[in-house]
Design a protein. Sequence first.
Length: 153
Amino acid sequence: MTKKNLETSIDVDAAPDQAWTVLSDLKRMPEWSPQCRGMWPLSALRTGTITVNVNRQGRKYWPTASKVVRFEPNHAIAFQTLTNNSVWDFEITPTATGSKITERRLVPEDGTTWVSATIVDHVLGGEDSFDDEMLDGMHTTLAKLKAAVERTQ
């Protein structure tokens, strides 16, 4: 079962509140993430909000649901994928020139669910390949998010 946490960051030429305005619009996640094809919050964004999502790898599509588990305006948002228990965490920290946005995939100590592990192993290319793809996707997500934030200035 996947147990590897992943993390990457990017500097953004915008204040934390400007970065938050873009990042916290989760319906825009497909604009930035190469895997997410849709993310729809079912209520106003806060801790406990459920989202319905569609992910894609090549021609393979699958639905997921997530729950917002961290909501700190202008600072952080995290959502737990309910099908595999991993947490996607985005954190904004101020810098001398703007902000740093950090994205993390956090996996429980005992790994993801057996269903998720089975799908990753037999459908999505195996754990190492999938983790590499996730990290590449995180780099892409942050680069596109940075561009979107900086366009709003």
